[in-house]
Design a binder for this molecule. Structure first.
Ligand SMILES: Nc1nc2c(ncn2[C@@H]2O[C@H](COP(=O)(O)OP(=O)(O)OP(=O)(O)O)[C@@H](O)[C@H]2O)c(=O)[nH]1
Ligand SMILES: [Mg+2]
Length: 340
């Protein structure tokens, strides 16, 4: 699996900001990881010119949708990064795949931090030519983490990565956003989580395709088996995504690699079913429509709050609402109509 090297001519053009979109696309299509890294950086730039170029690239990508997009979720410390490291390495070595990992980075704004953490947890992949690992900031602006991820997925596909993993932070909005970007969601649990199954968010379970108890090795194995039994029962009454039949709970150990090949078999079987029933394509269509609505919402909000008249009066009106001078509904309506 040869990966092209970064063309020095292109590199200097990128540095000077003179590389043309076609040159960017050629570099991506040659499989250059450096070009991919720089293209993703463009999507994160605060400069409008960079973002415009990034959007042009994304719009002209020709391999969009060519990868299997897999979300890995679960509480902090359950072993998501270690699991991706094992499964990714298995896919490269046994299935001749190229693997991209986009890790949602909750420490955006801070440098270092979990970026380093994730890379050290993916010690095998980080050294592998056929893998690319990239933290994606969980930003609030620019359409949130979903926008950044969605562009990074498309660019990774253009660079020839045929499996894209998305590691979530396991909590909050970014987890929900991720469900709108991936084809398959794998949910990892700890061996002793049987007792607090109540605590597992119903919302996310309804989106999950494959459930696995990680760290199922050594003296944890008994607890893992018990959790599996409980989960098997729970999942019978908790509906999953419409296209999935009964979800079986798998046992694995990201550390020893046990159960990883079996888990991939389950993913392949699922992928086959999703393809045969056109669910995969249908799901992606719906995801695009959701994204369109979300972006439109965001743009409407931004244009409203950036309006100078609104900005000028907002604090005063909020004060008036607080001390009962005006009712909240009427105040909102007044402001809204003033905008128009
Ligand atoms: N015993 C055992 N330890 C594991 C296994 N998988 C991961 N670990 C360990 O669990 C700890 C957390 O693993 P990570 O892969 O960083 O977990 P994570 O879910 O990515 O964590 P966050 O990114 O912080 O949410 C590390 O010390 C791993 O070495 C496993 O299968 N068995
Ligand atoms: Mg991690």
């Amino acid at each position: 699996m040869e990966l092209s090297s970064f063309n020095p001519n292109f590199e200097s053009k990128v540095a000077q900001g003179t590389a043309l979109p076609q040159e960017w696309l050629n570099a991506l299509r040659s499989g250059s990881k450096q070009a991919l890294a720089k293209a993703i950086t463009l999507t994160e730039s605060t400069k409008e010119d960079d973002r415009q170029l990034a959007r042009t690239l994304v719009q002209h990508c020709e391999r969009t949708g060519s990868s299997l997009r897999i979300g890995i979720t679960g509480v902090p410390g359950v072993g998501k990064s270690t699991f991706i490291d094992q499964l990714g390495t298995f896919l490269i070595q046994q299935k001749n795949k190229k693997v991209a990992v986009l890790a949602v980075d909750p420490s955006s704004g801070r440098s270092g931090g979990s970026i380093l953490g994730d890379k050290t947890r993916m010690a095998q992949l980080v050294l592998n030519d056929a893998a690319y690992i990239r933290p994606i900031p969980s930003r609030k602006e620019l359409g949130g983490v979903a926008s950044g991820l969605s562009e990074a997925i498309v660019l990774s596909e253009e660079a020839g990565f045929d499996v894209v993993f998305i590691e979530t932070v396991g909590v909050g909005q970014s987890e929900t956003d991720v469900t709108e970007l991936v084809d398959v969601i794998v949910f990892l649990l700890l061996p002793n989580s049987g007792d607090d199954l109540q605590g597992i968010k119903r919302g996310i379970m309804e989106e999950v395709h494959i459930v696995a108890v990680n760290k199922s090795e050594g003296d944890q194995l008994m607890a893992a088996k018990k959790t599996k039994m409980l989960l098997d029962a729970v999942l019978q009454i908790m509906p999953g995504p419409i296209e999935v039949e009964l979800r079986e709970v798998l046992l694995c150990s990201a550390e020893t690699g046990q159960g990883i090949a079996e888990l991939w078999t389950a993913v392949e079987q699922l992928q086959q079913r999703l393809n045969d029933s056109s669910c995969l394509q249908e799901n992606r269509k719906q995801q695009k429509v959701k994204r369109f609505h979300r972006l439109l919402n965001q743009m409407l909000q931004d244009s409203f709050f950036q309006n100078p008249t609104i900005a000028e009066h907002l604090v005063q009106v909020a004060d008036d609402v607080a001390c009962g001078k005006i009712d909240a509904y009427q105040a909102a309506l007044n402001m809204f109509q003033q905008k128009k």
